[in-house]
Design a protein around this ligand. Structure first.
Ligand SMILES: [Zn+2]
Length: 220
């Protein structure tokens, strides 16, 4: 996959959340802290509180370290500390848990709804005919790179103008999504432009001009 510099996805007009957290009621199945992250980034889905309850889902992300445990308490609304280090850790944990959640059954469906609405952008390539993009992160590690959009048709990655960490999604997600929801994602390759002269297709490397052009003073 290639990165196209300076190509920005056409984002849905609703991509920037302007709603104030106080205007919206937090759903019963998630913590208010998680919901605030959802409102901050339109690409993020709501991670259910029950997902955090299963230690298997946190394996390798949250250890017994006191900082990580305090950060987890913030995520679950069990405690709140206005401590920069702890809040930063909470965001890092949430990014990685989010990347796991979107590969669960409920997570896939949540992303599917956003994908069908074009929330992750539209492929700027003309021949992809407005194909919706899927979220892609170049690394599963937080703070390595921003999330991009991946096109299932041309198989390319496009930069987004949204400032959201790629670790929310990771490098495997779009391909996993495509495999799991084959009926939702059209992976049929888009048309490629062909070499044509006056409507007649030619070989890419064919010579239209004779290799040796006779000089004017040469006998033909
Ligand atoms: Zn495309």
């Amino acid at each position: 996959m290639l990165y196209f510099e300076n190509v920005f996805t056409q984002l849905n007009e609703n991509s920037e959340r302007t709603r104030n957290r106080s205007e919206v009621n937090t759903p019963m199945n998630c913590s208010s802290w998680v919901y605030s992250q959802y409102l901050k980034h339109n690409w993020v889905v709501v991670v259910e509180k029950s997902f955090f309850a299963d230690s298997f889902n946190l394996y390798g992300i949250v250890s017994n370290d006191s900082v990580e445990q305090r950060a987890l308490q913030i995520i679950l609304d069990e405690n709140f500390e206005n401590n920069g280090e702890i809040l930063e850790m909470a965001e890092r944990i949430f990014m990685q848990v989010h990347a796991r959640y979107i590969m669960s059954s409920n997570g896939l469906q949540a992303v599917r709804r956003k994908y069908e609405s074009g929330v992750f952008g539209i492929c700027p390539r003309f021949l992809c005919e407005g194909q919706h993009l899927l979220p892609y992160g170049s690394s599963p590690v937080p703070n390595v790179g921003k999330a991009c959009g991946w096109c299932p048709k041309c198989n390319d990655v496009y930069r987004s103008d949204l400032d959201i960490d790629g670790a929310y999604f990771g490098p495997s997600f779009p391909h996993f999504f495509t495999q799991m929801l084959k009926d939702t994602v059209k992976t049929k390759p888009s048309k490629s432009s062909s070499f044509q002269y006056f409507g007649i297709e030619t070989e890419k490397n064919s010579d239209l001009i004779p290799k040796t052009i006779p000089h004017a003073n040469e006998d033909i």
